[in-house]
Design a protein around this ligand. Sequence first.
Ligand code: HEC
Length: 150
Amino acid sequence: MKQSRSRLFNLLGFSCLLLAASNGHSAEPLALQKIMKDLGKNMQVITDAISREDWQRVEKTAPLIGDHPTPPFGEKLRILGFVGANMNKYKDYDGETQEHAVAVGKAANARNGQGVIFAFQKLQTSCYNCHYEFRKPFVEHFYGKQDAIQ
Ligand code: HEC
């Protein structure tokens, strides 16, 4: 236990060194960006399925949003290093996204169109809330773009 903890600290220390060396910037997009693009695509799938009242498709797609993959360990450390004291807030936003995605899936399962639309609006708001607060600073920090769109 003690040993594994000190190993973790070594790892954290090493990551900080890497981070300092690279100044946080990298030409490579974050794995997070691909995860986000997929979230965007799945939101579009749901919008389309709502128009068609294809509740089965909505139900199938909602968990792809709620249980989206997370970035690999090393990238998580970089994100943690950047978000720092705001990590709980960042995680809470992700938790809201998950919660509302579950609600979308449940309403679709009940074939409740109004319920799907209501929950979907909350889901979109949860994406927006995190973007409003974190997207611009992320893009500036990890890609060094000063003119990032909010
Ligand atoms: C916990 C915070 C958080 C939540 C919740 C969140 N996002 Fe993001 N999103 C980000 C960050 C940070 C970026 C910038 C990532 C980057 O450019 O590497 C981003 C970027 C994006 C992008 C732009 C990707 C590109 O092509 O550059 C899309 C699309 C996106 N998010 C969709 C969504 C959708 C849809 C949801 C909700 C279902 C969502 N996001 C929820 C943090 C979040």
